[in-house]
Design a protein around this ligand. Structure first.
Ligand SMILES: NC(=O)c1ccc[n+]([C@@H]2O[C@H](COP(=O)([O-])OP(=O)(O)OC[C@H]3O[C@@H](n4cnc5c(N)ncnc54)[C@H](OP(=O)(O)O)[C@@H]3O)[C@@H](O)[C@H]2O)c1
Length: 218
């Protein structure tokens, strides 16, 4: 078993990306600050992968439906390795990889989180691949199985089928045995087909004039 590290009782310097207000991407601010050691039941995670999603683009434009007040550090989810544990958290977590859904705060070299909020990531899985399954995967799985309750033989229409959520929806629906029609811009049609869906550009903002109306897929 790994030992609790006494060095975890001192603050450490971290680097994070701050969204100061509604700005162009160039307006994001990289800053250094000090992170206190984890408190009771909490851990420090060294970030290995985090996402840049549609949600963060909307937050940057001050248009997210649940907009956090500026300034804040974005980052909806992450995968990282536990480096320090606070009192009451399991010391055996140190050195192991976990995923977390944070909503904000993951665009940082190190993140302070409750130990109970972490999900173990199996050894041998690429952190970037695992991270792509957190907010996008949970969203896609819930939509498909809790809301739509898709069954084998169903036909499913997935808008934005090449996006983070959409590409997982296509793959999960195909896994169930559904036929999937996926909308995307023309440049992404082949990527949508490679996922197992029938691509359609109809209804997309970049649809060429005169393209076939849905449900005729390409
Ligand atoms: N409720 C939740 O928990 C939750 C969680 C995650 C995401 N979401 C929502 O799910 C949606 C997708 O998120 P994401 O992270 O997967 O986004 P993403 O990776 O940026 O993908 C966006 C997709 O939408 C397509 N698209 C963009 N503008 C379009 C338009 N005008 N008409 C048709 N298609 C268009 C894009 O197609 P092209 O690339 O071909 O242009 C792309 O396939 C967003 O609305 C997001 O807020 C909700």
């Amino acid at each position: 078993m790994r030992q609790y590290e006494p060095s975890g009782s001192t603050a450490q310097d971290i680097t994070e990306v701050l969204l100061p207000g509604p700005v162009a991407p160039e307006g994001l601010v990289v800053r250094r600050r000090s992170l206190d050691p984890p408190g009771p039941g909490r851990v420090t995670l060294r970030m290995e992968a985090t996402g840049v999603s549609f949600a963060e683009q909307q937050m940057r434009r001050d248009k997210y439906f649940d907009q956090p007040p500026y300034p804040f550090v974005p980052g909806y989810d992450l995968v990282g390795t536990v480096t320090r544990v606070g009192p009451g958290a399991d010391p055996a977590m140190v050195g192991h990889r976990y995923a977390a859904l944070t909503k904000v705060g993951a665009w940082s070299s190190h993140v302070d989180l409750p130990a109970a909020a972490l999900v173990p990531v199996p050894e041998g899985i690429d952190p970037g691949a695992a991270e792509a399954l957190v907010v996008n995967g949970v969203t896609a799985h819930r939509m498909l199985h809790r809301l739509a309750r898709v069954r084998p033989g169903d036909t499913v229409l997935v808008h934005g089928a090449n996006g983070g959520v959409g590409s997982l929806l296509v793959q999960l629906a195909r896994h169930v045995g559904a036929t999937v029609i996926g909308t995307a811009s023309a440049r992404n049609a082949e990527a949508v087909r490679a996922l197992g869906a029938l691509p359609s550009t109809t209804g997309h903002r970049t649809s060429p004039a005169g393209s076939a109306p849905w449900p005729r897929a390409a």
